[in-house]
Design a protein around this ligand. Structure first.
Ligand code: MG
Length: 370
């Protein structure tokens, strides 16, 4: 059977690699719709190259309905959500509600609305909700066939980003160009800056919580510079299972799109070559954002989490524009969480999340220039 695929965020790094996978499996995957929010020329080129009937440039001015329409069209079975930031939220919820499967590469969707996604998908990771992140793809594979009660804890690995060896006091002076130089992964700007602050890793802890129904106490993070071991599962008896592969997103993308193991383009590990895999604790002083995001998640205040997520989007945009320093990001995240706060244990609806997003944008975005 051919799966009819819509790719939201087609011109980004994940979108392009997904199209490469689809192109290699024409009997299994047919791309029926593409979207991007900028770069209409590149989008049109991808549409022609992959013979896609609908390739649409969807900007903020089009409103959220435009992406939802693409994601819920009758001829779509599976939606790959690879838009950065909160842009993919409504489309993800609408697709799940319309009975589509979703391959989720957008972290913010689970960070702000994991509870809504789970409710619509009928649970966590599975056929309807397919994680595309390398760490969650790894957990998904390691946890297959394991009873949740037998899992002592799961461990997500972190490369540590470009500033893992910088003295903490030097962090205030780093430039956008330095933050965009990730040591192991090539990704879009939002997730690359998030990897430098480790907001990205904290988000992955939250994703793991929702995808695998794990309490936060059983999700840990470990520094692992080589990005070869993507996640570990420690079982009740102390045995540990891990997934290892080259840091190449085409592997988790292919697994999410095809739901089976077939030969793919990702290079294989050469086990005859001597290699060292290092593991160690995260230096909390270097990554204040990690602590802030995790404390917000642990508080159980989903309004604060939504506010923090919008604040992070704004922080990254403003840092890349040279308007705020790298060292200002933690303060902005705290401010976003405060604005969104609805009290410990509060649960948000989609309208709540939209309202919080707007309030944080009003407070933290630079005054509009007319
Ligand atoms: Mg990841």
């Amino acid at each position: 059977m051919t799966t009819r695929l819509a790719v939201l965020g087609a011109t980004g790094s994940i979108g392009r690699q997904a199209l490469e996978i689809a192109h290699a499996h024409p009997d299994r995957l047919r791309v029926v719709a593409l979207s991007a929010d900028t770069n209409g020329i590149a989008l049109a080129g991808l549409g022609v190259e992959h013979d896609v009937p609908r390739a649409r440039l969807v900007t903020r001015e089009d409103g959220p309905g435009a992406l939802e329409a693409l994601a819920t069209a009758d001829d779509v079975d599976l939606v790959l959500v690879a838009t950065p930031g909160g842009a993919g939220l409504r489309a993800t919820l609408a697709a799940l509600e319309a009975g589509k499967s979703v391959a989720l590469a957008n972290k913010e969707v689970l960070v702000v609305a994991g509870h809504l996604v789970r409710a619509l998908a009928g649970g966590g990771a599975g056929e309807r909700l397919r994680p595309v992140d390398s760490e969650h793809a790894a957990l998904w594979q390691c946890l297959a066939g394991t009873e949740p009660a037998q899992v002592a804890r799961v461990i997500l690995t972190a490369s540590g980003g470009p500033f893992r060896d910088l003295a903490p006091e030097e962090l205030d002076r780093v430039t956008p160009a330095q933050a965009l130089r990730h040591p192991t992964w090539r990704m879009g700007p939002k997730v690359t800056v998030d990897s430098a602050t480790l907001v990205n890793k904290a988000y992955e802890v939250i994703e793991a919580h929702w995808l695998f129904d794990l309490p936060y106490e059983r999700i840990d993070v470990l520094l692992h510079r080589e990005s070869v071991v993507h996640a570990l599962v420690e079982l009740a008896d102390g045995s540990v299972m891990a997934q290892l592969a080259h840091p190449d997103m085409r592997l988790p993308i292919q697994y999410a799109l095809l739901l089976e193991r077939v030969p793919g383009p990702a290079p294989r590990l050469d086990w005859t070559a001597e290699r060292t895999l290092r593991f160690g604790p995260i230096d909390a002083r270097r990554y204040p954002c990690l602590e802030i995001v995790l404390a917000t998640a642990l508080s159980g205040d989903l309004g604060a989490m939504a506010g923090l997520s919008t604040a992070d989007e704004i922080s990254v945009e403003r840092f890349l524009a040279g308007e705020v320093g790298f060292g200002d990001i933690p303060r902005l995240l705290r401010r976003g969480a405060e604005i969104g706060a609805r009290g410990a244990g509060s649960v948000t609806s989609l309208p709540d999340i939209i309202e919080i997003d707007a309030a944080v944008r009003r407070a933290l975005a630079p005054a509009a220039v007319s």
